[in-house]
Write a protein that binds this ligand. Structure first.
Ligand code: NAG
Ligand code: NAG
Length: 293
């Protein structure tokens, strides 16, 4: 008798907990799915989002081709997507390249070290003060700390140019009225190309929004500048060429060299005067060869 009763008990126990067991299994699985989703391992199909861009059938030199990344909100950086803005010069914007924290970190790091910016004298190759560049700035050594190493790795991943080819990050500050007249980033002297060779590409990262002015302008870009969607928000200076409005976290990549390694004169660019607000930016210049830091 006792044996029989004991034998029956496990049966009753296993029949009554079934609904709770299923419920808890469902809970565990949905938790797992949520965790996987938040880590970006699982992703919700998002093919409909990519189709909204205004693709032109022909190849105009200023076009907006948008490629959205499928994993949004990576490391608190918001949605990231790249936008090709010009073929002459080759230029594209990487939206939300840096997080707000990274932007603020770079500004705070640079603030105590800011000095009046100089330009390179093309005759002597030495730095000199100039009226064409009225900002202040400082260099942060390559690989300086964990945050900077992560940014430099991201730059290499995005541009396909090795970290070792990059100069140290330059942080720049422009106050109202400050600007940088149109210039080339490549060098015309031998002195400056001894280490690393010619500058091949530039990544300009905007660390702050600018209320008015402060655009990066390419005055000799080929194409119809006024076709950019932000045309009406541009300052008078910004309307003198193809312009990019600074937005915190965005990065502008442009090439000083064509794919055949000749210098691209259409990469002429300047920083428009800031009219309202403050402009903070950080520049990574990338060389043809390893740059000994
Ligand atoms: C290029 O495309 C635009 C808009 O899609 C059109 O207005 C223009 O005529 C085209 N140009 C050529 C050369 O086909
Ligand atoms: C340039 O683009 C603007 C805006 O899309 C258009 O109104 C204008 O007619 C274009 N100009 C030329 C010369 O194609």
């Amino acid at each position: 008798m006792a044996k029989l009763r004991n034998a029956r008990f496990p049966n009753r126990r296993s029949s009554s907990p079934t609904p709770t067991l299923i419920l808890s299994l469902i809970l565990v699985f949905s938790f797992l799915a949520l965790i996987l989703l938040s880590l970006g391992i699982l992703s919700i199909p998002s093919s409909s989002r990519g189709g909204e861009s205004d693709l032109h059938p022909n190849r105009s030199s200023i076009s907006r081709r948008i490629a959205r990344s499928s994993s949004s909100n990576e490391e608190g950086r918001g949605e990231q997507w790249t936008e090709i803005i010009s073929w002459e010069p080759r230029a594209s914007i990487y939206h939300n390249f840096l997080s707000r924290e990274e932007c603020e970190y770079l500004i705070e790091l640079a603030k105590p070290k800011m000095q009046k910016s100089t330009v390179v004298d093309s005759a002597t190759g030495k730095s000199k003060d100039s009226r064409v560049r009225t900002s202040s700035g400082t260099f942060l050594p390559r690989g300086r700390d964990k945050v900077i190493r992560a940014i430099e790795k991201r730059i290499a991943d995005f541009t396909f140019i090795p970290i070792e080819n990059g100069e140290g990050l330059q942080v720049l500050h422009y106050e109202v009225g400050q600007k940088y007249e149109p210039h080339f980033d490549y060098f015309l002297d031998e002195y400056n190309t001894k280490n690393g060779g010619q500058r091949m590409a530039t990544l300009l990262m905007y660390l702050s929004d600018v209320e008015e002015g402060g655009e990066t302008v390419f005055p000799t870009a080929k194409g119809n500048f006024s076709a950019v969607p932000w045309w009406n928000e541009l300052s008078e200076c910004g309307k003198r060429g193809l312009s990019v409005k600074p937005k915190m976290g965005d990065a502008l990549l442009f090439w000083s060299m064509r794919p055949d390694a000749t210098l691209d004169e259409s990469s002429l660019h300047g920083g428009c005067p800031v009219i309202m607000g403050n402009k903070w930016s950080s520049t990574k210049w990338m060389r043809v060869h390893e740059y000994k830091a």
